[in-house]
Design a protein around this ligand. Structure first.
Ligand SMILES: Nc1nc2c(c(=O)[nH]1)N[C@H]1C(S)=C(S)[C@@H](COP(=O)(O)O)O[C@H]1N2
Ligand SMILES: [Mo]
Length: 369
């Protein structure tokens, strides 16, 4: 692990109270795009409109020479090419993916990083192979502790040069419903989503779903890589070791109704009754309740839930809005899951703005017919 100087790779920093979004943040935001919220109309997000988060560069891997290596604390290291992987039995799941930093730009003070508003989410149907049988083929040796997933992308972050890597405890790697996906919505993975192979870890925030997978290494000691030990932690200050970011907290979103203003994206609807629609998800338990507020969170009404979805995908909801009075409104929605987890009206702050799930607020102007 090499350390690179601070001018090249600045250390973590909070924005000053009145500091506007910088060119560095804008550059991240133009590379890493969100899902246009009108796509909340669809069960499955078209791959080009699914949100994208890439820490370094998108590696363009040659599918004919690419290999997946399984090594480390195993009896027989395994090396597979894509044809071999495509020949294995498959599983298919619809999975809602959300970036752990979603909502970061709305936190105060805001950590300087990818400045998401609300849109770092999407749902795809992923097809791939289960990890368990591959680990069995390699023969995990006694004393194994963690499994490390390595992507082909390389960069420097907060001074630490690294391949993108995430570790998982072995017991979780063999018991969680995770799998290695080679297909997204029935097509080979596109470059930005991890071609030719990525990890999919249903219910977990995005950082766990390692893209451009080239190596799976079994360790006989705990993994202490940057993305586990430093980046994806909920901490109050920089010295705080904090808690790891794991599963997706509940969140509901409304498809912004009517039509938008180009610059502010404030919505305009005509007076009358409207059916508000959207989606809700939680990585902790099934969605059990969605509430809607049209007065900035002062009063709430239960929405109608759509059919029970697959175990890892968002649930549709809808709610009639009688918007008879012209004027300015603020729409909000709030999800509650079967374990009783819900969304805070005021986001609790953490140093890296991870795992935010404050309620979305959508300004709407109702105009006379
Ligand atoms: N190799 C690699 N995998 C990665 C990342 C990355 O930068 N490199 N970003 C992670 C993060 S932070 C997120 S939110 C998801 C985003 O997945 P998507 O771009 O397919 O939506 O990928 C994860 N997997
Ligand atoms: Mo992320």
């Amino acid at each position: 692990m090499t350390t690179i100087d601070e001018e090249t790779s600045p250390r973590a920093r909070l924005a000053e109270p009145d500091e506007a979004i910088s060119l560095d943040e804008l550059r991240l935001a133009t590379r890493n795009h969100g899902m246009p919220l009108e796509m909340l109309d669809l069960d499955l997000t078209p791959p080009g409109l699914h949100y994208v988060l890439v820490h370094y560069d998108i590696p363009l891997l040659d599918p004919t020479s690419w290999r997946l290596e399984i090594d480390g604390h195993v009896e027989r290291p395994v090396s597979l090419d894509l044809a071999a992987l495509l020949g294995l039995p498959t599983v298919t799941h619809r999975v809602t993916l959300e970036c752990a930093g979603n909502g970061r730009a709305r936190t105060t003070p805001r950590p300087i990083s990818q400045p998401w508003l609300d849109e770092a989410v999407g749902t795809a149907e992923w097809t791939g192979v289960e990890l368990g049988p591959l680990l069995e083929r390699a023969g995990v040796r006694d004393g194994a502790i963690d499994v490390v997933f390595t992507g082909a992308d390389h960069g420097v972050e907060r001074g630490v040069e690294q391949d993108y890597q995430r570790g998982l405890p072995l017991d979780l790697a063999v018991s969680a419903p995770l799998f290695l996906a080679h297909t997204m919505n029935g097509q080979p993975l596109p470059p930005q989503h991890g071609a030719p192979l990525r990890l999919v870890m249903p219910g977990w925030y995005g950082m766990a779903h390692v893209k451009w997978l080239v190596r799976i290494t079994v360790l006989d000691r705990p993994f202490d890589g940057f993305q586990n030990e430093s980046a994806y932690r909920i901490k109050q200050d920089q010295g705080d070791p904090g808690e790891p970011v794991t599963r997706i907290l509940p969140r509901a979103m409304v498809r912004p109704p009517g039509f938008p203003d180009f610059q502010t994206r404030t919505r305009v609807v005509e007076a009358g009754t409207h059916r508000l629609t959207g989606r809700a998800w939680s990585g902790l338990a099934p969605i059990e309740r969605v509430e809607v507020s049209v007065d900035g969170g002062a009063t709430w009404a239960d929405a109608d839930l759509g059919p029970v979805p697959g175990p890892y995908e968002w649930r549709a909801w809808s709610s009639a809005w009688q918007a008879d009075e012209p004027g300015r409104y603020e729409l909000s929605v709030r999800a509650t899951d079967a374990a009783g987890n819900t969304q805070p009206l005021e986001q609790r702050w953490n140093r890296q703005a991870m795992a935010n799930n404050h309620v979305q607020r959508v300004p709407v102007v109702v105009r006379r017919r």
